[in-house]
Structure formats: C-alpha cells, structure tokens
Design a protein around this ligand. Structure first.
Ligand code: SF4
Length: 457
C-alpha cells in the first residue's frame, strides 16, 4: 500500500492539491473517514472543508445506507459535482462506504454516473491509494468492490480529528440481521480484533495525549465470541482497558440489549474510567413489532434489563434509538413505544422514521404505513421525549460536572464539552482549555444542552 501512496505523492508533488471528505452516517463511518484522511494526507493532499468547494481537487463521499434518504443525498451531491467537473475536468470524485456494497447502487453508477472516478467498498478501503493511482494514470472509472472481508488488516491508518479523544474499533460487522437493517449485508459477519492489538493501539493513543477512548462496534456486547485464541469477552476487555495508565474516560457503542450481560453491568459499575452512560437501542415498545424487527427480546425483557441496570449503577444516563412507522405498526403498537419511553425515562434518544432499505426483509413487508400517520406519530414521540429529557436535565442544575472540553467557538467565545454522561455543556472561558477536563457548575438546563460556569483555576 505504501508503494501506491508514494506513487500518488509523486504524481501530486509540487501541485498543492486539496481534498474534501464528506462523511454520511454513523460513528463507524466517521472513524473510517479518519483513516481515509490519513491516506490523503500521506498522498500529498491538503484537507479542506471549504463550503463552496472552489479549490477542491478531489472530493470523497464516505456513504452510509443506514440513515434516512441516503441515496437522494448522495445522488443530489453528485449532480452538483458533475457541474463542477465540467468547469474543472481534473476534479476527482471518489465514492466509498457501505452504500457501495449494494449491487443496485453500483449498477446505477456504471449506467448514469460515468464521471465518478473511483468507487470502493467497506472491505477494501486500504486499496484507496492503488485505485486512485490507477485512475490518475488511466483517467478511466475504477470500480473495485469486495463481497467479503479477506482478513485484511483494517487498522493501519489513522489521523485523528481531536488530539484528546479517539475511537478504536474492537469488532467489525454484525450477525444480528435485524429485519430493517442493511449492515450485516454490507459490513459482513462479526470479526473481533485481538485484545492485545486493541490495547496496544489505545496505549499509543494515550501516549499521544488522548484522554477519552470510544470503543466501537455494531454490537460491542458480542466482542470476543468469534475469537479462536486469546478469547475474552467485552466486560473483560473493559477491565484491561481500564488498567491503561493515563487514560481517563472510556465510552463504548453500540450495545444490543439481547447480549448485555450481568458481567458488563458490573464492569460499568465498578470501573472508575468507564463513563456511566449506556446507549441501548430499543427501537420499539411493542412485542409484535420487535418480533417483526427480529430484535430477539421483548419489551418485558428490555424493561427488566433497564431495572437491573438502574439498580446496580447509581445515576446511570440512558440513551436509545427508536424507529417510528415500521411496516404494519398500529396505533396501539406506537402507544406501547410511548409507554416504554415514559417508563424508562431516557436521558436522550435518536428517533427515526422508518425508511425502506432495499435488500432487507422489512422492505418486502406489505403493510407500509401512510406517511401522514407516521409524521403525526413522530411529532408526538418527539414531544414526549423532549418533555422527559428536559425534566431529566433539570437535575443537573447547581451541580458541578467534570467536562472534557472539545471545542472553542470563536464567534460566541464559548467552550463546548461533554460531561461523563455525554451531555453537551457550553460555558465561557479560555480557549486553551480545549482538550482538558475542568470543573463546571451547571447554571441552566436546556432540552439538548446545559449551560455552565467554570469553577476553580
Ligand atoms: S444489531 Fe441490528 S440494527 Fe444493529 S447493526 Fe446489527 S443488524 Fe443492524
């Protein structure tokens, strides 16, 4: 791979080329984009986020097929860049990410988007420099999609957006086949990384100044189940990560409720560096819909699990994902979701209107719900959630929270950071606090963020 990086670098030498990365979707994609960014830097590109795209020589779209209307978003953007390319013929357009693993997307690109230069998928991102080089020398469209992982080392490259926090993949792929989700088809089956490799990577990051680590996987709770040697489970991995000197905070996502063990609950409770925040997607409060979704738990099991978590971990913050308007969802099913939300009292939630993903079992279900009904339900869900979240946030008033400062807004002269529970906090202070953990007294609580005052020196 270094061979092709050097080759592209030679082609770019002295040309001051600029690249822009557009990332759609989840944290896994954001992490993949960091690796692609690293490759671009090594190939001699300067990264820009210029909104007008005036000086862009290469634009890369790291696509997602999970979130809402992804195809409209991508193809809308391609229309825009097609016009840019007419004015600047050597502009390179690169597509990658999980949407590219879908056959109908590749067919569409081949048929109607011949101006796209390079296309690759989720299993061969390491080939990006080679594919780009081939395009640069032949000026022809290069499409290279692997159907599965070929045991290629996936953690070779990394450039971090933040110097004080970083994500580390611990498991790739998913075995769960939730009926609405495309991930197992486009990211393959579960593959856990060897724990020594994970620990080495985190130690290097900590030596480099990282204070907070996010352990990533589609389902971190099944970490280790597929390992043949050095087999440990996710709770055991957390203990090992917690022992790393210099590391201050550990987060992880995502957890599937069916795989959340007692050992993991106790690990979150007992380990001082593990943040007391758990993201546990419920998706629906109706047993009938949960079964159709192939989630493999019932509302009763989910509520029992929540009770166990609350009883064991004092003051835990809980967040979730909810889908509204899944095929055949009745008013009663929806009200069961509302009832569950009220019972759990989540601290935050990501709510989505169901949208079809071609190739999934749910896309073939006949009873798709009328969009007006779904919008009405969605509006009501948001209202209920906001009331709960606002009430939960009020408990922070007057409390002193430890905030890892993430950003300084030059315009408002305000700092933004997160507390251990992952709540956003805004406060005024010095911009050199970015990357530090400071004490902030909360003076006001809004539905989606807190306002504070820094205390102490
Ligand atoms: S657990 Fe379900 S929703 Fe999550 S990635 Fe796997 S199949 Fe998709």
């Amino acid at each position: 791979m270094d061979y092709y990086i050097d080759k592209v670098f030679d082609l770019n030498f002295g040309k001051k080329k600029t690249a822009k990365i557009n990332t759609f979707g989840c944290q896994m994609n954001a992490h993949d984009s960091e690796k692609l960014c690293d490759m671009l830097l090594k190939m001699g590109y300067k990264i820009t986020d210029d909104k007008n795209n005036n000086d862009v020589d290469l634009v890369l779209f790291n696509t997602c097929c999970v979130r809402e209307n992804p195809e409209d978003k991508l193809f809308g953007n391609l229309g825009y860049f097609k016009n840019k390319k007419k004015l600047k013929p050597d502009l390179k357009i690169i597509l990658c990410g999980c949407m590219m693993q879908q056959k109908h997307i590749i067919e569409k690109i081949k048929k109607s988007y011949d101006f796209v230069d390079v296309v690759f998928g989720t299993f061969n991102a390491h080939k990006f420099p080679e594919l780009l080089f081939n395009n640069l020398v032949t000026n022809s469209q290069i499409i290279d999609i692997w159907k599965e992982n070929k045991n290629h080392e996936e953690e070779i490259y990394l450039t971090r957006k933040y110097f004080f926090k970083a994500s580390v993949n611990i498991i790739y792929g998913c075995n769960n086949f939730c009926s609405y989700c495309i991930v197992p088809y486009v990211r393959g089956r579960e593959r856990s990384r060897n724990f020594n490799e994970i620990l080495d990577e985190i130690k290097k990051l900590v030596d480099d100044g990282v204070k907070e680590i996010m352990l990533l996987g589609q389902n971190v709770n099944s970490y280790g189940l597929d390992l043949k040697e050095n087999k440990i489970n996710f709770a055991e991995l957390l203990f090992k990560v917690n022992n790393i000197n210099g590391l201050e905070r550990i987060r992880f996502m995502t957890s599937h409720p069916k795989d959340l063990s007692d050992d993991l609950i106790f690990a979150i409770r007992d380990l001082n560096k593990v943040c007391k925040h758990l993201h546990l997607p419920v998706q629906s409060g109706s047993n009938r819909i949960l079964k159709l979704m192939n989630r493999k738990y019932t509302r009763e099991k989910y509520l029992d699990l929540i009770n166990k978590i609350k009883m064991n971990i004092n003051d835990i913050a809980l967040s979730t994902d909810i889908i509204v308007g899944f095929p055949s969802e009745t008013e009663n099913d929806f009200l069961e979701t509302i009832d569950l939300i009220k019972k759990v009292e989540f601290n935050s939630a990501f709510s989505f209107i169901y949208s079809k993903r071609e190739g999934t079992p749910a896309a073939k279900m006949s009873e798709q719900i009328d969009s007006e009904i779904v919008k009405k339900r969605f509006g009501y869900l948001i209202k209920v959630l906001n009331e709960i979240i606002e009430k939960k946030n009020k408990i922070y008033n007057g409390k002193v929270e430890k905030i890892l400062v993430e950003e300084f807004d030059e315009e408002n002269k305000k700092l933004t950071g997160r507390n251990e529970k992952n709540m956003l906090v805004h406060f005024e202070s010095d911009k050199n606090l970015v990357g530090k953990i400071v004490n902030v007294k909360i003076i006001d609580a809004k539905p989606f963020y807190l306002i504070g005052q820094k205390i102490g020196s």
